[in-house]
Ligand binder design. Structure first.
Ligand code: PLP
Length: 387
């Protein structure tokens, strides 16, 4: 009899992967499944990025790199952040890791332990809650409501702070809702946090390049008063269609960057070298492929919202960012999980129940528009028939 550690029982998962596995089984058995469950761009990584990795391998970049990432990549990140957010970042505060997820794991490991409280968005990316539970900290949800465009408000966050709060996790543009928190609300939150100097904040900005209708992103890095306790998570997965490369980074407060690096040394040593060179090419190369991809998502977002609103029992507010719609399905009379299973089995359409992202996701489905417009419209028509 093996004795596994008790805390493993508290480690959750991303149940989206279960739906995707079920969809793959149905597909293998000959069912035509249209996948609107996916959380990754349906575009290839731009050629110049792929070529940079191939060149790095041919040039002999086969060895370990510094644990926090090669300096030219961290400098390229700092230059990109200056361009996008107008901030001056010390490349030594940048820690390059294998994907966006690693930063959230490290941040929660740094602050989470029994007796501590960590806030997280609900519905939100499921790994936040999973890792908070694993750490032994108390997970305190910030409910994201349709009535507020699925944005968090500063008031909601500030009123949940207690003497035990160590870390607040926020995410805008958001998975799974497509919600975006307005810049003015971020300003209010940042100002309110000045009263709580012992509370850190991790802002997951992995979708910050995917905003529509001229909305502006306000990075947590733009608030000098939070410099010593703001962690900004970003990466290449979504913006450059690089999910499988495993490349992300965070900007850490100067005192925490060495701690993140120590965790990296204990865990994965470094990100594979050619991928880091690909990351430089992505940041310094032509941006047209990114703009074309975001323009395609913008177009699809409008057709998805219109088509979903045409379904009996569905209503869908306009997604403001990322590549997800989050329709309210309470009018169908079914729970989110029931509807997810029914649509997969009867319509051959994979979507994800809102409850996969937290209890406040009940009554909603996540519909990803990272699929061709033709497939999306065909899928929604099939959903209409099944309903
Ligand atoms: N943060 C959010 C909000 C996400 O939706 C995802 C991926 O779906 C990630 C982080 C993780 O990204 P990565 O694949 O780079 O680990």
């Amino acid at each position: 009899m093996l004795h596994l550690a008790e805390n493993l029982k508290r480690l959750g998962t991303e149940s989206a992967f279960d739906v995707l596995a079920k969809a793959a089984r149905l597909q293998a058995a000959g069912t035509d499944v249209i996948n609107l469950g996916i959380g990754q761009p349906d575009f290839p990584t731009p050629d110049h990025i792929v070529e940079a990795a191939v060149k790095a391998l041919r040039d002999g970049q086969h060895g370990y790199t510094p644990a926090n990432g090669i300096l030219p990549l961290r400098e390229a990140v700092a230059a990109d952040l200056h361009k996008r957010h107008g901030v001056d970042i010390d490349p030594d505060c940048v820690v390059v890791v294998p994907g966006g997820k690693v930063t959230m794991f490290f941040a929660v490991l740094m602050f989470g332990e029994p007796g501590a409280e960590i806030m997280y968005p609900d519905p939100g990316f499921p790994i936040y809650r999973s890792v908070i539970d694993y750490s032994g900290a108390k997970a305190v949800p910030i409910p994201l409501l349709e009535s507020n465009g699925f944005a968090f408000s500063a008031e909601q966050v500030l009123e949940r702070i207690t003497p035990r709060t160590r870390l607040i996790i926020v995410n805008s543009p958001a998975n799974p809702t497509g919600g975006v928190t307005p810049a003015a609300e971020m300003d209010k939150l940042a100002a309110g946090l000045e009263d709580y100097p012992d509370v850190a904040i991790m802002s997951d900005e992995i979708y910050s390049e995917m905003l529509y209708d001229g909305r502006q992103h306000r990075s947590i890095l733009t608030y000098p008063a939070l410099k010593d306790r703001a962690i900004m998570l970003d990466g290449w997965s979504k913006t450059y269609a690089m999910t499988g490369w495993r490349l992300g980074y965070a900007v850490w407060p100067a005192a925490l960057a060495p701690v993140a690096t120590r965790l990296a040394i204990n865990c994965h040593s470094c990100v594979n070298a050619p991928t880091q060179f690909a990351g430089i090419a992505a940041l310094e190369g032509p941006k047209e492929p990114v703009h074309a991809m975001v323009a395609a998502f913008d177009q699809r977002r409008k057709s998805v919202q219109a088509a979903l609103n045409g379904l009996d029992g569905f209503s869908c507010i306009e997604p403001a960012g990322a590549f997800y719609a989050f329709p309210n399905i309470t009018g169908t009379g079914r729970s989110a999980a029931e509807l997810q299973d029914l649509l997969l089995e009867k319509a051959g359409v994979a979507t994800i129940a809102g409850t996969s992202f937290g209890e406040y996701g009940e009554g909603y489905l996540r519909v990803s528009y990272a699929n061709s417009e033709e497939n999306i419209l065909k899928a929604i028509a099939r959903i209409g028939d099944a309903l």
